[in-house]
Design a protein around this ligand. Structure first.
Ligand code: PHE
Length: 487
């Protein structure tokens, strides 16, 4: 194993990890997925649950994952196995690492198709293929873009090639540099779109849609979607953040880096919502349009603004870059595992992963044309990949990791690795032991149809359950009480 002999390579600059992790987190999840699922699940209430999930589950899970990576210095499987054996616990826990690695791979299999959409719209912008199109044309253009498997497959193949090219080169070159100019550029473009939106007439409706809370409008499916999206958008439980954490130097603060990554990610998602929904409302479009939402709406905005073509080109260029800085993080776990365990070089690992990926992503791509009828329980292959990963595998993997860190491992392990002051450590511990697991479980109970939980109605019960869990947990293993005393 390479990582037991030589020291593991590390990020170059002081900001290396923050840049790379932000690059992984900010992507199509923020700009493509967040607006369209917010639209599908009815707006404000969904946004609120999503924000709560980021705070109560996303941030603690992310800290835990980075700590696992840095402590275990390896791919998810190796890192978890090492950390677990350091505490003398059952090595079967590394199953969580296997699931994470598989999950990252499955996410990438459909992600390259969406990234392909972004590249194809960049091309349409460059070649003038969208000029003069009306609201109605937009849906037809999106449909036509998907209808030809050769064209759509060409774009997703391009994304696969680019991803593997970058990953084959290694983590240090490329990633850090590209993120450092692309991220501010993307934020600038979104600001421009928001300013445009303010004058377009749909802004008030958009703000109301995103931020007015109507408890009745959220279904249990919506709650599970919000939780799943919190994992997806922060790249959790899919190997990405854990593996990037394995390159993090010892001295860096895990708490502070996590907060900055989560904050940047959330700001970009909310900005994307504020940029897109004014266009939707001003043009009388349906917010629940589905996965094509941004591709059908944003070109209309670019068409109507001065220098719109130029801005449109820049926007889709940066969206494509943002997709690439995310896609490379999804295979980093697999590639680093192959390098460490199979004695092959990074380029060989990257290209062999790429071939398997290409085959699966081609099947996902066919869901939009030839395979549109190949459905199981109403979902085609693309939808299954998305559904299984963000609704089930990520929350389950996250649950496994927080329980492992909170109850199973020796308490010194994470106290050392996180290096937090007593008070924030106590807070983190409370979150991973009780709050995050309860949140994940409630949403699962709901989604499995076992019981319909309404936060507005049941919050006293939930609070009571939380206190009971804490009392039981602290009687059996009084870690939190000790931490509280220290604080
Ligand atoms: N967080 C990325 C996005 O929002 C997607 C992603 C998921 C990246 C899982 C890595 C792992 O686009």
């Amino acid at each position: 194993m390479a990582s037991s002999g030589q020291p593991r390579i590390q990020w170059l600059g002081r900001w290396g990890f923050v840049l790379a992790a932000t690059g992984s987190a900010v992507g199509l999840g923020n700009i493509w997925k967040f607006p369209y699922i917010t639209g599908e699940y009815g707006g404000g209430a969904f946004v609120l649950v999503y924000l709560a999930c980021i705070l109560a589950v996303g941030v603690p899970v992310m800290m835990t994952e980075i700590a696992f990576g840095r402590r275990g210095r390896g791919s998810p499987i190796d890192a978890i196995r090492r950390v677990v054996s350091e505490s003398g616990r059952f090595s079967g826990w590394s199953l969580i690492g296997w699931m994470a690695m598989l999950c990252g791979f499955m996410v990438l299999s459909f992600y390259v198709v969406v990234a392909g959409w972004s590249f194809s719209y960049l091309w349409k912008m460059l070649s003038g293929g969208l000029a003069g199109s009306s609201v109605d044309d937009m849906a037809a253009i999106f449909a036509a873009n998907n209808a030809n498997p050769w064209v759509l497959g060409g774009w997703s193949t391009l994304v696969t090639l680019l991803t593997m090219l970058i990953v084959g080169k290694g983590v240090q070159e490329g990633i850090e540099k590209s993120v450092s100019w692309m991220m501010p550029g993307l934020v600038l473009m979104l600001m421009l779109l928001i300013v445009f939106g303010v004058f377009s007439g749909g802004f008030g409706d958009a703000v109301r849609f995103l931020f007015s809370f109507n408890a009745g409008s959220l279904s249990s499916a919506g709650m599970l979607a919000a939780l799943g999206h919190a994992f997806f958008t922060l790249s959790l439980a899919s190997g990405a953040i854990l593996t990037y954490g394995s390159y993090l130097p010892k001295g860096a603060s895990i708490g502070r880096t996590t907060v900055s990554v989560a904050l940047a990610d959330t700001v970009v998602a909310l900005m994307a919502g504020l940029a897109i929904f004014p266009v939707i409302f001003a043009n009388g479009m349906n917010p629940g349009e589905g996965p094509g939402l941004i591709f059908m709406s944003l070109p209309l905005a670019f068409q109507a603004m001065p220098l719109g073509t130029l801005f449109g080109i820049l926007f889709f260029l940066m969206l494509s870059m943002a997709a690439l800085t995310s896609s490379i993080s999804m295979v980093e776990a697999t590639v680093s595992w192959l390098c460490d365990n199979k004695g092959i070089t990074r380029p060989v690992a990257a290209w062999s992963t790429g071939i398997v990926l290409w085959l699966i992503s081609t099947l996902a791509m066919l869901s939009f044309n030839l395979g549109a009828d190949w459905t199981l329980a109403g979902r085609h292959f693309f939808d299954w990949l998305d559904y299984l990963t963000s609704r089930w595998m990520m929350p389950l993997g996250g649950l496994g990791m927080v329980l492992l860190a909170g109850f199973v491992l020796k308490s010194e392990t994470f106290r050392d690795e996180l290096g937090l002051a007593p008070l924030p450590y106590t807070l983190w511990l409370t979150m991973v032991r009780y709050v995050s697991p309860l949140g994940i479980l409630v949403i699962f109970v709901d989604a499995l149809g076992l019981y319909q939980v309404s936060f507005a109605q049941h919050w006293p019960w939930l609070l009571a359950i939380l206190v009971a869990m804490m009392a039981a947990g602290e009687t059996l293993s009084p870690r939190l009480r000790k931490a509280l005393k220290a604080a």
